[in-house]
Design a protein around this ligand. Sequence first.
Ligand code: AMP
Ligand code: MG
Length: 333
Amino acid sequence: MTLILGLEGTAWNLSVALVSEESVLSEAESTYKPKYGGIHPREAAQHHAAELKDVVSRALRSAKEEEEEFSLASIDAIAFSQGPGMGPCLRTVATAARALSISLKIPLIGVNHCIAHIEVGRWQCGAKDPVVLYVSGANSQVLAYRSGRYRVLGETLDIGIGNALDKFARYLGLSHPGGPKIEDLASKGTDYIYMPYIVKGMDLSFSGLTTAAKDAIDAQPDKKEDVCYSFQETAFAMLTEVTERAMGHLCKDEMLLAGGVGANSRLQQMLQTMCEDRGGRFYVPENRYLKDNSAMIAYLGLLMLKSGNTTPLDKSQVKSNYRPDDAEVTWRN
Ligand code: AMP
Ligand code: MG
């Protein structure tokens, strides 16, 4: 059995997990909650630095509770999120990962955070070769695997859908994360208010939608639910459109949803309907594997270790703009 300790801390969630081929042995986390506004990179990094020791200890302790024979010597490698993410947060977690790798004398593995979202989804759902819709705070991408890379087929040209929702939620006076609160309000909306639907080929744009939603609230402050509903219907239809086009052009019949915004039940419903209509299969993992988590980092670390893909110390610098198509996929053929 191979056992990997994974560290995640690209943004709001600091998380540490121990994962083997069979299961997630343990996972511990600590969430940064901004006092007001959005995620402040330096404050989030300070949160991670202050909490790291405790979160690592909790993950190790619960591994021991789970499996009597577990010890530090059972760990085969340390995996960490090398990017993309917020620079100060990435650096804090990478420093801890290097220290653990050096002191335990085991390999270090720098993981692409987006690909970790994809691989944990494939693992948990059993999808083989899906078109992936990856929707998180900062990212919105449609991807598929081909010849040693996850290719980005379409993506947002400005902000990620999660950030678009969070920004609008902030305007409504709602705290971070705004996505679930918007979902709640949207479920009570009934009347569609016009919103800009911006799809350019396979690419998307969300910032105009946030502005339009703010303008709609200014014009009709008592129509909060309808504006949230219209925002969601528009944004999720845009995402569903490009995902369907990717499936059609690639002749793939599996679709996997990944990333924190994937928890949204209306988005899941639209994608499910689209897949059913074309005779495809829709896969979505449990919420704990959709949001940022360390089990996915440890799991991708495991795939990378087994395919001989480790990261020497002098190549372990963080990459805040690390694109999924920059990472070589050594574990699929
Ligand atoms: P991640 O970075 O993958 O953890 O995703 C975080 C983003 O997911 C934040 O922008 C949240 O607002 C968003 N999010 C979480 N739950 C939901 C939901 N139910 N509906 C829409 N967005 C959500
Ligand atoms: Mg993420």
